[in-house]
Write a protein that binds this ligand. Structure first.
Ligand code: GLN
Length: 209
């Protein structure tokens, strides 16, 4: 059985933990470096990226996690977690910086800083063939946006035009994968649709082989 760590310094780690447990996976709250021992993968939840980043450094988790990411350890960042995964967010902030992404924090301005929409994510067919073509309901809360990706990054989802703050579609990316690293701008742990958790668990299982 896989053991998935959920970074539990701040933010909505409890929700991720509950989803993982409902899928029959052991979920472990991670606060200290020794909590990383024996993990098969790790989720960085939504919350406040400045706080999580600062605490990650303070608790001595940033360096081991960066190292593990470089060795192929699967990590999934949602919302604030996605900000922490990015190499470039346009200003100085403590990050993990392990994915080749340019991310804009709070990209949706004040009026619409929270919204919900439906996303097309063709790659989810692999985890749930029966739901082929079924869009995923996505909750965005003061969400960030991926405005550009590096060469080794696979784009998994873009915003539909009605929600997109940028003109060119390649600047409106909300889910991406780079090797065993995954980033989503929204919160799959807040809906009943767990295909993204399954998708991440597939990455974890493949990394274990
Ligand atoms: N706005 C938050 C940040 O910049 C992210 C919001 C979230 O995780 N829901 O860190």
């Amino acid at each position: 059985m896989s053991v998935i760590g959920v970074l539990a310094l701040q933010g909505d780690f409890q929700e991720h933990k509950e989803v993982l447990e409902s899928l029959g996976v052991e979920a472990r709250e991670v606060r200290l470096p020794q909590d990383l021992e024996g993990l098969d993968g790790m989720i960085i939840p939504g919350g406040e990226s400045t706080t999580i980043g600062r605490l990650m450094v303070e608790y001595g988790l940033r360096e081991p996690l960066r190292h593990m990411a470089g060795e192929g350890f699967p990590i999934w960042g949602t919302c604030a977690g996605m900000i922490l995964m990015a190499k470039d967010i346009g200003h100085d902030q403590l990050l993990l910086g392990c994915m080749d992404l340019v991310v804009e924090r709070n990209a949706f301005g004040r009026q619409v800083d929270s919204f919900e929409t439906e996303l097309e994510v063709p790659q989810l067919e692999a985890v749930s063939p029966k739901e082929k073509g079924k869009k995923i309901h996505a909750v965005f809360i003061r969400a960030p946006l991926i405005t550009s990706v590096g060469k080794g990054v696979e784009v998994l989802a873009r915003l539909p035009e009605k929600n997109a703050p940028r003109h060119a579609e390649d600047h409106n990316i909300v889910a991406a994968r780079q090797g065993n690293l995954l980033a989503t701008a929204f919160h799959p742990e807040l809906t009943g649709d767990h295909r993204f958790h399954h998708y991440f668990l597939d990455i974890v299982h493949q990394a274990k082989r």
